[in-house]
Design a protein around this ligand. Structure first.
Ligand code: UGA
Length: 411
C-alpha cells in the first residue's frame, strides 16, 4: 500500500519485530520484501496503536492459528485487536478484516461494532496471498472479495481497490459468503493435493506412475495440473489448520457429514509423511547411527516458514528413531533450529551430503533442482535420493549413478 503512495502505519504487539522493521529488516523471508521496504517512504512501524487513530482504513491482518488442543481456530488475538482498534478508530473510518475466520465471525463482530461505534463500518476482505509470492499476489490479486452488511457498505473499500489493483475482479457480498470463499478456496486446494496423494497410494499398490497420471489428468483444463504435485503433502500455517477449523465449524453447524471428506484428506496428508518415513526405513534398514541428509526445511520453497513443515516432521521422526539427521535449507535454518533444536543443521550442501546413507529432497527449492548429481555422487556414502516433491530430473540423477526413490512412482 505504501509503495502505491498511501500513508501506512503498521502496528504490531511484537516489539522485536517492530524494531527490526524500523531498521529496514524483515523478520521473515519473503522474496523482494526488503528491497520494497527500502524504497517506500510512507510506511512506519509502531507498537503504539494510537498512532493509527487518524487512519481512514484499518486492516486487521491477525493470525488465527489452530487452538492447542482442538481443531478450532484461536480467535483470541483477533478479538483483542478488534477491541483495540475500535477504541481508536475515528468516525466514518473503516475496519477491514483480512484474517481467515470461521463463518459467522464477521457478522458477530459487526454487530458489536454497531453497538459501540455505529459510525465505523466493518468489512471482511479475505487474503489469498501465497507465501513466497506475497508481493505480486498483493499488488496484482486475481480477485478481491469484500463482505459487508450491505453492498453500499462495501463500495468504499471497492473504490479503494479499484485504484490499488485496477482490473482485478471485485466481488461484493455478505459476510458469510466472504468468509466461506476463503475457507472453501483453501479446502479445495487441500483437496486437490490430497486427491493426487491418494492416487499416489493407489499407484504404489499397482505400479502406476503418479506424476504421469497428474500430467495426463491435468491436461484436461477442467481439472488443471496446478496443485496436483504429489509427494509428502501440504503443510504451513494455512491449509492444514484451515481444513481443521472448517471441520470444527461444520460440526457446530450440524454439517459434520457434509465436510467429512476433509477429515479423510487430512489423514491422506498425514499419511504422505508416514509413507516417506517408511520408505526411508526400508532403505536404511536399522536407522540407528545412519546419516540422513535432508534438503529443505521450510514448508514450501521461497519461504522461511516452518509451521507444520512436512519436511521437518519427517526429519524429526527419523531423528527419534535414531538416525543422524542433518538438515539444509537456503533460508529456513534459523526458524527450523528454533523449533527442532535437537536436529543438526548445515549451511553447506556439501557438508550436509558428506557421508550420507540416504538423501531426502523434501522442499523443492530451485537450488536443489539445479544440483549436479555427478558432483555429489562420491561425496555421499550411499547414492540414494528420495524425491519427496517429484520434481528432480530422474534421468539426470540416474545417469550420474544415483538410485531415485519416490512415492507413487517406481523409478
Ligand atoms: C495457501 C493458499 O495457496 C493461499 O491462496 C492462501 O492465501 C494461504 O494459504 C493462506 O490461507 O494464507 P500458502 O500456505 O502460502 O498459501 O502455500 P501453498 O502454495 O498453498 O502451499 C501449501 C502447501 O501445499 C505447501 O506445503 C506445498 O508444498 C504443498 N503443495 C502445493 C503440494 O504438496 N502439492 C502441490 O501441488 C502444491
Amino acid at each position: 500500500m505504501a509503495s502505491l503512495g498511501h500513508e501506512v502505519v503498521a502496528v504490531d504487539v511484537d516489539k522485536e519485530k517492530v524494531a527490526l522493521f524500523n531498521t529496514g529488516v524483515a523478520p521473515f523471508y519473503e522474496p523482494g520484501l526488503e528491497e520494497l521496504l527500502k524504497k517506500v517512504k510512507t510506511l512506519t512501524f509502531t507498537t503504539d496503536i494510537s498512532q493509527a487513530a487518524d487512519c481512514d482504513i484499518h486492516f486487521l491482518c491477525i493470525g488465527t492459528p489452530q487452538k492447542e488442543s482442538a481443531l478450532q481456530a484461536d480467535l483470541s488475538a483477533l478479538e483483542r485487536a478488534v477491541e483495540e482498534v475500535t477504541k481508536i478508530a475515528k468516525p466514518n473510518s473503516l475496519i477491514v478484516g483480512k484474517s481467515t475466520v470461521p463463518v459467522g465471525t464477521a457478522e458477530r463482530l459487526a454487530e458489536n461494532l454497531q453497538k459501540v461505534k455505529p459510525s465505523v463500518e466493518l468489512n471482511w476482505n479475505p487474503e489469498f496471498l501465497r507465501e513466497g509470492h506475497a508481493i505480486a499476489d498483493t499488488l496484482q490479486p486475481n480477485r478481491i472479495v469484500i463482505g459487508a452488511s450491505n453492498s453500499a457498505n462495501g463500495e468504499k473499500l471497492a473504490n479503494f481497490y479499484r485504484e490499488v489493483s485496477p482490473g482485478a475482479p471485485i466481488f461484493i457480498t455478505n459476510f458469510p459468503t466472504a468468509e466461506l470463499v476463503k475457507v472453501a478456496a483453501n479446502a479445495f486446494l487441500a483437496t486437490k493435493i490430497s486427491f493426487i496423494n491418494a492416487m499416489s497410494e493407489v499407484a504404489d499398490a499397482t505400479g502406476a506412475d503418479v506424476s504421469l497420471l497428474a500430467d495426463a489428468i491435468g491436461a484436461d483444463d477442467r481439472i488443471g495440473r496446478k496443485f496436483l504435485g504429489a509427494g509428502i503433502g501440504f503443510g504451513g500455517g494455512c491449509l492444514p489448520k484451515d481444513i481443521r477449523a472448517f471441520l470444527a465449524r461444520a460440526d457446530e453447524l450440524g454439517l459434520s457429514e457434509t465436510l467429512h471428506f476433509l477429515k479423510e484428506f487430512d489423514l491422506i496428508n498425514q499419511r504422505a509423511r508416514t509413507r516417506a518415513v517408511a520408505l526411508a526405513l526400508r532403505e536404511l534398514g536399522n536407522p540407528k547411527g545412519k546419516k540422513v541428509a535432508v534438503l529443505g526445511a521450510a514448508f514450501k520453497p521461497d519461504s522461511d516458514d516452518v509451521r507444520d513443515s512436512p519436511s521437518l516432521e519427517i526429519a524429526e521422526t527419523l531423528h527419534t528413531l535414531g538416525a543422524h539427521v542433518v538438515v539444509h535449507d537456503p533460508r529456513a535454518l534459523e526458524s527450523a533450529a528454533a523449533k527442532f533444536p535437537e536436529l543438526s543443521y548445515e549451511n553447506s550442501i556439501e557438508e550436509t551430503l558428506a557421508g550420507a546413507d540416504l538423501t531426502m529432497h523434501l522442499t523443492e527449492w530451485v537450488e536443489y533442482r539445479a544440483l549436479d548429481p555427478a558432483k555429489f555422487y562420491k561425496l555421499v556414502k550411499v547414492p540414494t535420493i528420495f524425491d519427496g516433491r517429484n520434481v528432480l530430473d530422474v534421468e539426470k540423477w540416474q545417469r550420474a549413478g544415483w538410485k531415485l526413490l519416490a512415492l507413487g512412482r517406481s523409478l
